[in-house]
Design a protein around this ligand. Structure first.
Ligand code: FMN
Length: 360
C-alpha cells in the first residue's frame, strides 16, 4: 500500500508517520494518541527528570500496547566558562533592568541533560520499541545496552556525512532533518549553520548514501509533503510543528497564538535561547540579540540566564523572551486531536498517491 514500507516493517507500526519528539511540548497524552492511531508516538525526555520520564513511560505503557519511541539528547555538556557566562549576563542586563528583575537573582542550570546511565535504565525497564537521539549518539557502552533490549535505534542527520557516520555506528534508520525543521538542528559533525541543507535536497542524497531506511523531517505538515518525502525515497516522515497545533501539545497559550498567525517566513535559526542553533518564530529577543550571537554560551548554558526574563514577561502576556519553536510549514497545519491528525494525514496521502498514479 505504501510506496516504501521499510520503516513500517522495522518498527512494527501501521502508518509511516512519526510524531516528532518535542522536548517541553509533548508528553504521554500525545504519544498515546499517535501510537494508538497507528503512527509512532515519541516521548522527548531531554527536559524531564528521570523520575518524570519514568512516570510518563509508565502511563504510556499502561494505556497503549503499540510501539513507542523514547527520545534523548546526547550533547557533550560544555566545560564551565565563567567569563562567557558573565558576558552573556552583561548582554542581558538591560532587559533585567527593564523588567525589574534583580540581577543577582539565583539562576539554576538549564534542565537539558544528555542521555546517561539513569535514562538508560528507563530504556531497559520500559523497552520502548524505538529509541531516538538528537545531536549524535551516546557513548558506546550505553548504545550497546539499548541494542540488547531489542530497540531500534534512530538519530537525526543534517548532512550526508552525519548520515554515513550514524549508519557506521549501527543506527537502524536515519532521520534526515532538513533546514525547514522546527526546534533544534540535530547537527553534530558540523557547526556551520549557513551550510545546512533543505529537506528536498537532503533526503534523496541521504537515501543514496546509506542502506538503512531514511525518515524525512522538516517542513512536512500535510499530505503533499508526505507524498513528496516518499517520492524522494523516504520510508517514513517525522512531523513536529504540525502536532504543536493539537490540543494534546503542552505549549503555552502565547505559543499557540503565535503559531496561528504564522507566515512562511516568520521563523529563523537562532542560538540565543539555548546556545545551539534551532528554528523559532522571530520575536523581540531574537531580533535584538540574534538571531545568531557569538556571545551566547554553549548549549544548554545560554538558556539559564534567559529563564527569569521569560517568566516575568510571560506573566504580562508577552512572548518577547520565549522560545517559540516552529518549523517553516506551520501555516499548513490544522487544529485537530493528534489521533485524527495522524489518521487524516495518512488517508489523504494514500488518496493523493492514487490520484497521481491515475494521472501517470
Ligand atoms: C517544539 C519542538 C521541539 C523539538 N524537540 C525535539 C527533541 O526533544 N528531540 C528531537 O529529536 N527533536 C526535536 N525536535 C525536532 C523534531 O524532531 C523534527 O526534526 C522537526 O520537528 C521536524 O520539522 P517540522 O517541525 O517542520 O515538522 C523538536 C521540534 C519542535 C518543533
Amino acid at each position: 500500500m505504501w510506496p516504501n514500507d521499510r520503516f513500517i516493517r522495522l518498527s512494527g507500526i501501521e502508518l509511516p508517520i512519526i510524531q516528532a519528539p518535542m522536548a517541553g511540548s509533548a508528553l504521554s497524552d500525545m504519544v498515546i494518541a499517535v501510537s494508538e492511531a497507528g503512527g509512532l508516538g515519541s516521548l522527548a525526555c531531554a527536559l524531564l527528570s528521570a523520575e518524570n520520564a519514568s512516570n510518563e513511560l509508565e502511563t504510556i505503557r499502561r494505556k497503549t500496547a503499540r510501539p513507542i519511541n523514547a527520545n534523548f539528547f546526547c550533547h557533550q555538556p560544555p566545560t564551565k566558562d565563567r567569563s562567557r557566562e558573565m558576558n552573556w549576563r552583561h548582554r542581558l542586563n538591560a532587559y533585567y533592568v527593564q523588567l525589574q528583575i534583580d540581577s543577582n537573582i539565583f539562576i539554576p542550570n538549564s534542565a537539558r541533560a544528555p542521555f546517561d546511565e539513569k535514562m538508560c535504565g528507563l530504556v531497559t525497564d520500559f523497552h520502548p520499541e524505538v529509541v531516538s537521539f538528537h545531536f549524535g549518539l551516546p557513548e558506546k557502552h550505553l548504545l550497546l545496552r539499548i541494542r540488547k533490549t531489542g530497540a531500534k535505534i534512530l538519530s537525526s542527520a543534517t548532512t550526508v556525512n552525519e548520515a554515513r557516520w550514524l549508519e557506521d555506528q549501527g543506527c537502524d534508520a536515519i532521520i534526515a532533518q532538513g533546514f525547514e525543521a522546527g526546534g533544534h538542528r540535530g547537527m553534530f559533525l558540523t557547526e556551520d549553520v549557513s551550510r545546512q541543507v533543505g529537506t528536498m535536497a537532503l533526503v534523496p542524497q541521504v537515501v543514496d548514501a546509506v542502506k538503512v531506511p531514511v525518515i524525512a523531517a522538516g517542513g512536512i505538515a500535510d499530505a503533499r509533503g508526505i507524498l513528496a518525502a516518499f517520492a524522494l525515497g523516504a520510508a517514513a516522515v517525522q512531523i513536529g510543528t504540525a502536532y504543536l497545533h493539537c490540543p494534546e501539545a503542552q505549549i503555552s497559550p502565547l505559543h499557540r497564538q503565535a503559531l496561528k498567525g504564522m507566515r512562511d517566513n516568520d521563523t529563523a535559526i537562532t542560538n540565543v535561547f539555548t546556545g545551539r542553533p534551532a528554528r523559532a518564530i522571530v520575536n523581540r529577543f531574537m531580533r535584538e540579540v540574534g538571531p545568531m550571537s557569538d556571545l551566547a554560551p554553549k548549549f544548554p548554558v545560554a538558556a539559564a540566564a534567559l529563564a527569569p526574563l521569560r517568566a516575568k514577561s510571560e506573566m504580562t502576556g508577552s512572548a518577547d523572551f520565549t522560545a517559540l519553536w516552529s518549523g517553516q510549514a506551520a501555516r499548513l497545519s490544522r487544529e485537530l486531536p493528534a489521533a485524527d491528525l495522524t489518521k487524516q494525514l495518512a488517508a489523504e496521502t494514500l488518496k493523493n498517491l492514487t490520484l497521481l498514479q491515475t494521472m501517470a
